[in-house]
Design a protein around this ligand. Structure first.
Ligand code: ZN
Length: 289
C-alpha cells in the first residue's frame, strides 16, 4: 500500500484483500472501515457492499444491513431479504418490550414483501401479547394466503388458544376447510384434537376415521390410533400397532434447507449452515401429506 507508483485500480484491489484479511481474522471493525472506504471506488463498490452486508448480518446490525442492501439497488430477492431484516428488528423490539416499535417494523416488512409469513407470525405474537385474539386469528389466517407451505406453523396456535381466537364453529369450519383444500393431515389432526376437547374422544375418532378414509395418510392414521388407544376397550395390540407406525410418521417440525440440505428440528428463517434467508422447508409439509 505504501509503495509509490501503484495504479489506483491496483491500490483498490490491495485494499480489498486487506479488508478480507481483517474479516478472516475476525477484525470486523477494521474490515468495515476498509470496505466502507471502497464504496467510493466504482470498480470495487459492489464487492465491498456485499462484504459489508455480510458483516452487518453477522453483527446483527439490522439498520446498517438495511441501508446497505438498499444502496446495493434492486436485485434478486431484495424485497424478501429486507422484510427478514425488519422482522429481525421487530423480534428484538418485542423482546425489549417495545410493542409499538415492533408493530411498525412488521408493517414495513410487509410493505417490502406482502407474502412474508414471518411478519404475520410475529404479528400473531404481538396480538396475543396484548390479548387481542381476533387480530391474532386474522394474522393466522393470512399465512394461508401468503404461503400455504407454512400451514403447520399456525396449527399449534389453534391448539393453544382454541376458542379464544374465534367462535368454536368458525374455528372448526376453518380447520376442516384447510384440511380439505390442502389435503393436510396435520390440519385434520388439529381439528380432531379440538373436537376431542369439546365433544369427546368418540366424536374426534369419528371425524378422523372419516378423514383417513377419504384422504389416507400415515399421520392421520397415527393420530386415529392414538385416540383409539385412549378408549377403555383398547387392546394391547393397538398400542403395538401405534408404536410401530410411529417410525413411519415424519415429525411435522422437521426442516430441510432447500439450498444446502441442512436439516433441523427448528424452523430457522436464516439457514445456520449456508446463511441463506427463507430456504428452510418443512420436510413433509402437511400440504398433500
Ligand atoms: Zn442452507
Amino acid at each position: 500500500m505504501s509503495k509509490s507508483g501503484l495504479e489506483e485500480g491496483e491500490r483498490c484491489r490491495i485494499r480489498f484483500e486487506l479488508g478480507m484479511d481483517y474479516l478472516r481474522a475476525g477484525l470486523f471493525d477494521r474490515a468495515e472501515e476498509v470496505f466502507t472506504g471502497l464504496l467510493a471506488m466504482p470498480a470495487q463498490r459492489e464487492a465491498a457492499a456485499a462484504q459489508l452486508l455480510d458483516i452487518y448480518q453477522q453483527e446483527k446490525d439490522w439498520p446498517k444491513a438495511i441501508d446497505c442492501l438498499r444502496a446495493m439497488g434492486g436485485k434478486g430477492r431484495r424485497g424478501e431479504t429486507l422484510a427478514q431484516f425488519y422482522c429481525e428488528m421487530a423480534q428484538a423490539q418485542r423482546a425489549a418490550g417495545h410493542a409499538r416499535e415492533a408493530a411498525s417494523c412488521i408493517d414495513v416488512a410487509l410493505s417490502h414483501e406482502a407474502n412474508c409469513v414471518r411478519a404475520s407470525l410475529l404479528a400473531v405474537d404481538l396480538a396475543v401479547d396484548r390479548g387481542d385474539f381476533p387480530q391474532a386469528y386474522r394474522c393466522l389466517k393470512r399465512v394461508e394466503e401468503q404461503n400455504p407451505r407454512y400451514l403447520p406453523e399456525i396449527l399449534p396456535w389453534f391448539l393453544a388458544y382454541g376458542d379464544q381466537l374465534a367462535e368454536r364453529r368458525e374455528l372448526l369450519d376453518y380447520l376442516d376447510w384447510l384440511g380439505a383444500k390442502y389435503k393436510s393431515a396435520e390440519a385434520a389432526v388439529a381439528m380432531a384434537s379440538l373436537i376431542a376437547r369439546g365433544e369427546g374422544l368418540d366424536k374426534a375418532a369419528d371425524y378422523l376415521s372419516a378423514t383417513v378414509a377419504s384422504r389416507p395418510s400415515l399421520r392421520g392414521l397415527h393420530a386415529l390410533l392414538g385416540l383409539l388407544c385412549e378408549q377403555p376397550a383398547a387392546t394391547p395390540h393397538l398400542f403395538v400397532v401405534r408404536q410401530s407406525l410411529q417410525h413411519f410418521v415424519v415429525n411435522s417440525h422437521n426442516y430441510l434447507c432447500a439450498h444446502c440440505g441442512f436439516g433441523s428440528e427448528t424452523l430457522y428463517w436464516r439457514c445456520p449452515a449456508c446463511l441463506h434467508w427463507e430456504t428452510m422447508r418443512i420436510r413433509n409439509d402437511g400440504v398433500g401429506g
